[in-house]
Design a protein. Structure first.
Length: 137
């Protein structure tokens, strides 16, 4: 089993789209003709990973808008991590850094958290060994 997609409901579609395209590196792609505005953002050979939906539509009973706690992207090597940091800095996106201490055989990790919108957080995580750069110290 693997993650199919994450849906983010937000009143600021353009800011969310720019973040996921300009910083995360996803690509805007085809989306079915739904009755509500939004975007499907793709990664890795045509798979829609993030669905953005306009929160200006009245919320369905029991489903708050905007909504999602956070989604997390794992970066597997130092080159990917450094490229992400460069894009965050180039676009002026603020982030918070956190450490995940080692637990048993699981090595220490580094996390970056970006508050994309009120109530919507994006996490990036990598092994601490990949994040040993001067701009993170």
């Amino acid at each position: 089993m693997q993650l199919d997609h994450a849906t983010i409901v937000t009143a600021d579609l353009d800011t969310a789209r720019r973040f996921f395209v300009d910083v995360v590196g996803l690509v805007e792609g085809a989306r079915p003709p739904f009755s509500v505005d939004g975007y499907w953002l793709y990664a890795n050979a045509g798979r829609p990973l993030i669905h953005l939906i306009d929160a200006t539509v009245p919320a369905v009973t029991g489903r708050a808008a905007p909504r999602i706690d956070h989604i997390a992207f794992r970066l597997e090597n130092a080159v990917e991590w450094q490229a992400l940091l460069g894009r965050l800095e180039a676009t002026g996106v603020d982030y918070q850094r956190a450490q995940v201490p080692p637990m048993g055989p699981q090595p220490a990790e580094v996390q970056l958290f970006v508050a994309l919108a009120p109530g919507v957080v994006v996490e990036f995580v990598t092994a601490q060994q990949h994040a040993q750069f001067k701009n993170l110290e």
